[in-house]
Ligand binder design. Structure first.
Ligand SMILES: *[C@@H]1O[C@H](CO)[C@@H](O)[C@H](O)[C@H]1NC(C)=O
Ligand SMILES: *[C@@H]1O[C@H](CO)[C@@H](O)[C@H](O)[C@H]1NC(C)=O
Ligand SMILES: *[C@@H]1O[C@H](CO)[C@@H](O)[C@H](O)[C@H]1NC(C)=O
Ligand SMILES: *[C@@H]1O[C@H](CO)[C@@H](O)[C@H](O)[C@H]1NC(C)=O
Ligand SMILES: *[C@@H]1O[C@H](CO)[C@@H](O)[C@H](O)[C@H]1NC(C)=O
Ligand SMILES: *[C@@H]1O[C@H](CO)[C@@H](O)[C@H](O)[C@H]1NC(C)=O
Length: 222
C-alpha cells in the first residue's frame, strides 16, 4: 500500500514539473516607420528558436534568429532592417552598433533626423575617441568631406546627443580650434553639428544653417 502511494506521488510530481516548464514571453518587436521587424515564434519553450525577418522593401542585417534561454528571456536581438539596395561599404558595424552612411538623400538637419527615426535609429552618437576615429576613417574611405552628426543644442546652453548624453557626461568632444569658446561653452538654441573628415573636427552651425541640405549623414542603429 505504502509503495503504491509512493509511486502515485512520483507520477504527480513529474506532472507538476512538466506543467511549470519555463517558457519565454512573446519577444518585443521593434517597429519604426515601415522598417518593422517580424518575429515568427513557433514554440516558446527553452531552447526554441524564433525566426526574424523584415517587412517588404527592407533587408535584414545581423542575426536572423533568437533563442529562448533558461532564464525565460529571449537572447539579445541583433537584427536590423535596412532599406533594400544599400550594401557595404555604406553599412558598417562597429562596437555593437550598425551605421548607415547615407549619401543618397540630400537632407537638412531635421530631414536627416527623420530618416534615421524611420529606420529605428538616430543620427550617430559619438561617445569616445575610438568611435570618432571609426567615423573619420569611414568618411575618408567613402570620400565624404562633411556630414550631419547627432549633436545639437536644442534649447541652448549645452550640446546633447540623441540619448540625452551631453558632451560633459560623455567627457568627449572634438571641436575645431576655430570654434569660438563662447559657442563651445554656451551654444545658442537650434545649433546643429557637422563632422569634417579632412580637418578631423566637429563644427557647430547656427540654426539657419541647419536648413541647408548636405549630401551626407550617418544613422546609428543599436
Ligand atoms: C510607408 O509605406 C507607405 C506605402 O508604401 C508609404 O506611403 C509611406 O510614406 C511609408 N512611410 C514611411 C515613414 O516611410
Ligand atoms: C544567432 O542567434 C543564435 C540563437 O538564435 C545563436 O545560436 C547564434 O550564435 C547567433 N549567431 C551570431 C553570429 O550571433
Ligand atoms: C532616399 O533615396 C532613395 C534612393 O534614391 C529613395 O528611393 C528614397 O525615396 C529616399 N528617401 C527619402 C526619405 O528621401
Ligand atoms: C543640458 O542637457 C541636458 C540633457 O539634454 C538637459 O536636461 C539640461 O537641461 C541641459 N542643461 C542646460 C543648462 O542647458
Ligand atoms: C552615454 O555615454 C556613456 C559614456 O560615454 C556611454 O557609455 C553610453 O553608451 C552613452 N549612451 C548612449 C545611448 O550612447
Ligand atoms: C528642412 O526641409 C524641410 C522639407 O523640405 C523643410 O520643411 C524645413 O523647413 C527644412 N528645415 C528644417 C529646419 O526643418
Amino acid at each position: 500500500m505504502v509503495f503504491k502511494h509512493y509511486k502515485l506521488t512520483l507520477v504527480l510530481v513529474a506532472l507538476i514539473v512538466q506543467t511549470i516548464q519555463i517558457t519565454c514571453n512573446d519577444p518585443e518587436i521593434r517597429s519604426c516607420g515601415n522598417a518593422s521587424i517580424r518575429i515568427d515564434v513557433g514554440d516558446n519553450t527553452v531552447g526554441s528558436e524564433a525566426h526574424i525577418s523584415c517587412s517588404n522593401g527592407y533587408t535584414l542585417w545581423g542575426n536572423d534568429s533568437i533563442v529562448c534561454l533558461d532564464s525565460g528571456q529571449w537572447s539579445q536581438q541583433n537584427a536590423y532592417c535596412i532599406p533594400d539596395g544599400i550594401g557595404k561599404p555604406y553599412i558598417q558595424s562597429f562596437d555593437g552598433s550598425l551605421y548607415l552612411f547615407n549619401n543618397f538623400n540630400k537632407s537638412n538637419y531635421s530631414q536627416a533626423k527623420e530618416y534615421c527615426t524611420n529606420i529605428c535609429s538616430t543620427l550617430i552618437e559619438i561617445n569616445n575617441q575610438v568611435e570618432d576615429q571609426f567615423l573619420l576613417e569611414t568618411m575618408n574611405n567613402l570620400e565624404i568631406d562633411v556630414l550631419w552628426i547627432g549633436l545639437e543644442s536644442v534649447n541652448g546652453g549645452n550640446y546633447s546627443w540623441p540619448s540625452g548624453n551631453t558632451t560633459q557626461t560623455n567627457q568627449y568632444e572634438n571641436w575645431g580650434e576655430v570654434v569660438p569658446e563662447h559657442i563651445k561653452d554656451n551654444p545658442p538654441a537650434g545649433t546643429c553639428v557637422q563632422a569634417f573628415s579632412f580637418y578631423e573636427f566637429w563644427f557647430p552651425n547656427p540654426g539657419s544653417f541647419c536648413d541647408t541640405e548636405l549630401d551626407d549623414f550617418v544613422c546609428e542603429l543599436r
